[in-house]
Design a protein around this ligand. Structure first.
Ligand code: CMC
Length: 387
């Protein structure tokens, strides 16, 4: 074992070189392909940012139109996929259903596994962007027992998401520009975050030359955990619980600090950011604006602010550099937009999709070797097998 460096959780190990996302945890800097997250969230739209992440440059107007059109062409999902959806109980968590459906796409689109040239890669990218959005909304439709909706080619990608989710045969969906803009921003802020757990999973699975759908499906599963993307659902459930218990934030802080209690303050702390999470700053401001514009008064926002202020003053959180992360305020916006709590992590997955695709594509283009970490064996020495 002399040559093996042990680094549980890969806290200090780089797994690849990458040109996609720059992150400085000390200074709270996040950039996609050199563009600051603040600029992109303010000025770009989600498909533009997706193109930037995946292909390396911001698209021209023509390239963007072409990209949108090519995604539209791939938004039909094989009708037989509905048989799979029918097999799930309505109570199934949407993330579990999403992982299964994404994986199943491989069976219905076997050719998209081949990405031997640029054309095939482009095709696989557009297929994934198109079909994933639709099946993500189908997980919700299933849970509600509603008929499944199809993509409307006259509408944009983010607006389609809301339509696919909420349009009913008896009630056409009317887009509110404030809602679409807020969602667009949230998707951009989630779009990539270098070698986080789900992205590393996508790269690792893809390194065996598994196809794009199979790799993305593994990313969905990795994202689901409460220490990663699942935190956004956990944050809202925590805030609701505090609210229902009379708003006693101090009791929850005490619980989070108690080393005999496994409870953690959800939406706080980050492996890399040790000063602040730049995404959380933007989202906190957006949450306030969205609630004001939509005229929503939510006691949960006040609880979140109170909890944040108390934690930032607390020695335990200060000494460990624990700050609110991207998941702390995002759920408050989702809730104001009418997104159900168990769909929050699916929202994260839709936002993260271009990042996963970009990282998978880069891994293939860099011709990275199969991911295969070593270990230090701590089990039993040789034992004699006796019958
Ligand atoms: N509440 C209470 N204590 C915490 C928290 C928290 N949220 N986060 C970290 N700590 C403590 C931890 O107990 C440890 O204390 P000690 O040094 O006394 O043992 C210290 O801070 C360092 O924590 P760690 O677990 O070694 O740090 P990590 O880099 O392995 O974990 C983390 C990072 C994000 C998993 C962790 O901070 C956490 O569990 N946060 C809550 C879940 C969450 O909000 N996740 C979303 C992350 S951001 C978006 C995403 O990735 O999806």
């Amino acid at each position: 074992t002399g040559y093996i460096t042990l680094d549980p959780g890969y806290k200090n190990s780089g797994s690849c070189t990458s040109k996609i996302t720059f992150l400085d945890g000390e200074l709270g800097i996040l950039r996609y392909r050199g563009y600051s997250i603040e600029d992109l969230a303010e000025k770009a739209d989600f498909l533009e940012v997706s193109y930037l992440l995946i292909f390396g440059e911001l698209p021209t107007a023509e390239q963007l139109e072409q990209f949108e059109n090519d995604i539209r062409k791939h938004t039909l999902v094989n009708e037989e996929m509905k048989n799979i959806i029918d097999g799930f109980p309505r109570t199934a968590h949407p993330m579990g259903v999403l992982a299964a459906l994404t994986s199943a796409l491989t069976a219905f689109n076997p050719k998209s596994v081949n990405v031997d040239n640029e054309k095939e890669m482009y095709h696989a990218v557009c297929k994934t962007m198109g079909k994933f959005l639709v099946i993500a909304t189908w997980t919700y439709r299933k849970s509600m027992g509603y008929p499944l909706n199809y993509y409307d080619n006259t509408k944009g990608y983010v607006e389609n998401f809301m339509r696919l989710m909420f349009e009913l045969p008896t009630e056409p969906y009317k887009a509110n520009p404030v809602v679409i803009e807020a969602l667009d921003k949230l998707f951009i802020l989630h779009a990539d975050h270098e070698q986080n757990c789900s992205t590393s999973t996508v790269r690792m699975v893809g390194s065996s030359h598994a196809g794009l759908f199979a790799s993305i499906s593994s990313g969905v599963s990795a994202l689901w955990g409460p220490l990663h993307g699942g935190a956004n659902q956990a944050v809202l459930e925590m805030l609701e619980e505090i609210n229902n218990n009379g708003g006693d934030t101090d009791a929850y802080l005490a619980k989070a600090k108690d080393k005999n209690d496994p409870f953690r303050l959800m939406g706080f702390g980050h492996r890399v950011y040790k000063n602040f999470d730049p995404r959380a700053k933007i989202i906190k401001k957006a949450a306030k604006e969205v609630l004001e514009t939509l005229g929503v008064e939510d006691p949960i926002l006040e609880i979140a602010k109170k909890l944040e202020a108390a934690a930032l003053e607390d020695e335990y959180f200060k000494s460990r550099n624990l700050y609110p992360n991207v998941d702390f305020y995002s759920g408050i916006i989702y809730r104001a937009l009418g997104i159900p709590t168990d769909m929050f992590t699916v929202m994260f997955a839709i936002g993260r999709l271009p990042g996963w695709i970009a990282q998978w594509k880069e891994m293939r283009e860099n011709k990275e070797p199969i991911g295969r970490p070593r270990q230090i064996y701590t089990g039993s020495p040789l034992r004699e097998f006796k019958k």
